[in-house]
Design a protein around this ligand. Structure first.
Ligand SMILES: [Zn+2]
Ligand SMILES: [Zn+2]
Length: 366
C-alpha cells in the first residue's frame, strides 16, 4: 500500500476523510486524503465505524471480477451520520440526523423505473453500487474502505441499535440482507424443511435465519468439517458433506434449498434434491460457470420452483438488522469476525481474507 498522498482540495475546518483508493490488481491500494464532499440535497455523510471484507471484495482484488477504476472497495459497513443535506429519512420514517447509527443498501434505487416499481429495486436501471463504481469529483467516498462514506440520493438507510456490536452489524448490508431476500423469494416459512448448501458467512446466516423463521429441520451441507461444526452451533439440525446430501434431503425433507456456494456441482445437487412443491433459491453463482442440467419432467411432476436471488431490497435490509439485533446467535456471529485491523493495515486484512482465516475480516476506521 502507498501511504498517504493528498488530494487536491482540502478544507481546513474539519478532519479530512481518508480512503483506501484501489487502482487495480497490479497497483493495489493507496491511502488518500479526500476533500469533505459538498453534499447535494438528499445526501448524507457517514463516519464509518467498521467495515468487513466481503467475498466479492476478495474476488475483485484478486482480479477475478472487473470493476471501474479507481474506486473505493468495500460495501459491508456500519457508521454514524456526521452530516445531512436536506430531509432524509430511514426506511421506517425516522429523521436522519447527525449521531444516528446506520447501515445502508449496497445500491441506490430511483423508486420510479419499471424495475423499482415491480419490487426489484436492486436492479434499478440507474443503480449505483457502493464499492463498485469509479471515483468521480463529486463521489470520492463511494465505498466502505474509508473513514467516511458519502451516501447519495436513492440509498436506503436503516438505523442500527447502539448495542448491536459493529462486527455483527457490518455484514448486514450484504451477507445478512442477501440471505433474508433469498429466504423471502423462496417463501421460506415455519414448518419447512430447509437445506442450506455452503456454510460460509451466508450459509451460517441462512441456518440461523431459517431457524428463526421456524424451520423444522435445517440440513447444512459443506465440504469442510469445521464449517459443518459451526453450522450445528448456528442451529442446523443435521449436517453432511456433499456425498450424503441426497440421503439427508430424503430423510428430513427439502421444502426449501438455498444454494450459497456457487459451485456448479452444488447447484446441480440443489436441483436434484429439492422435494415435492419445493423451492430452490440459487444465490452463490455470481460469476459465469459450467452449465448444469435438470430433467424437466421431474420438475413438472414435483411442482418445483427455482428462483435466482441477487442482492436485496431496503425492507430486506431492515429485516436483516432486526434479525441480528435479537438473534440468540448474536455472540456466534461476533465470533466469526476476529479483532478488527486498522484501515492502515488493509493489505494485511485482505491477505487474511484471501487465506480464509475467518468468514469475515474487519477494518476499524477510528
Ligand atoms: Zn429504479
Ligand atoms: Zn458483499
Amino acid at each position: 500500500m502507498t501511504v498517504p498522498s493528498t488530494a487536491s482540495s482540502r478544507r481546513s475546518d474539519a478532519t479530512p476523510p481518508l480512503a483506501a483508493v484501489w487502482s487495480g490488481p497490479d497497483s493495489g491500494f493507496a491511502l488518500v486524503t479526500q476533500p469533505r464532499p459538498e453534499l447535494a440535497p438528499g445526501e448524507v455523510l457517514v463516519r464509518i465505524e467498521l467495515a468487513t471484507i466481503c467475498g466479492s471484495d476478495v474476488h475483485t482484488i484478486s482480479g477475478d471480477r472487473p470493476t471501474p477504476l479507481p474506486t473505493v472497495l468495500g460495501h459491508e459497513a456500519v457508521g454514524v451520520v456526521e452530516e445531512v443535506a436536506g430531509s432524509v429519512r430511514t426506511v421506517d420514517g425516522r429523521a436522519v440526523e447527525p449521531g444516528l447509527r446506520v447501515t445502508w443498501t449496497i445500491g441506490t434505487s430511483c423508486g420510479s423505473c419499471r424495475r423499482c416499481v415491480r419490487g426489484v429495486p436492486q436492479k434499478c436501471t440507474s443503480v449505483r453500487k457502493y464499492g463498485h463504481e469509479a471515483i468521480t469529483d463529486h463521489w470520492r467516498l463511494n465505498g466502505g474502505f474509508a473513514t467516511h462514506c458519502h451516501l447519495v440520493e436513492g440509498t436506503g438507510l436503516v438505523s442500527v441499535p447502539e448495542d448491536l456490536p459493529a462486527a455483527v452489524a457490518a455484514p448486514a448490508n450484504c451477507a445478512t440482507a442477501t440471505v433474508v431476500c433469498a429466504a423471502r423469494r423462496a417463501e421460506l416459512s415455519a414448518g419447512d424443511s430447509v437445506v442450506v448448501i455452503g456454510c460460509g458467512m451466508l450459509g451460517l446466516t441462512a441456518v440461523a435465519y431459517a431457524r428463526e423463521l421456524g424451520a423444522e429441520h435445517v440440513v447444512a451441507c459443506d465440504v469442510d468439517e469445521s464449517r459443518r461444526r459451526l453450522a450445528l452451533d448456528f442451529g442446523a439440525t443435521a449436517v453432511c458433506g456433499p456425498a450424503e446430501l441426497l440421503e439427508h434431503a430424503e430423510k428430513y425433507g427439502a421444502d426449501v434449498v438455498i444454494e450459497l456456494s456457487g459451485n456448479s456441482r452444488a447447484v446441480q445437487s440443489a436441483l436434484d434434491v429439492v422435494g415435492l412443491d419445493g423451492r430452490v433459491a440459487l444465490v452463490g453463482s455470481v460469476s459465469p460457470g459450467p452449465e448444469v442440467s435438470f430433467e424437466p419432467n421431474t420438475f413438472v411432476r414435483n411442482l418445483s420452483h427455482v428462483v435466482g436471488s441477487h442482492n436485496y431490497t431496503v425492507d430486506d435490509l431492515a429485516e436483516a438488522v432486526r434479525f441480528l439485533a435479537q438473534s440468540p446467535a448474536q455472540r456466534l456471529f461476533a465470533d466469526l469476525v476476529p479483532d478488527a485491523l486498522p484501515l492502515s493495515d488493509l493489505d494485511a486484512a485482505v491477505a487474511a481474507a484471501r487465506q480464509g482465516i475467518a468468514p469475515r475480516i474487519a477494518l476499524r476506521m477510528g
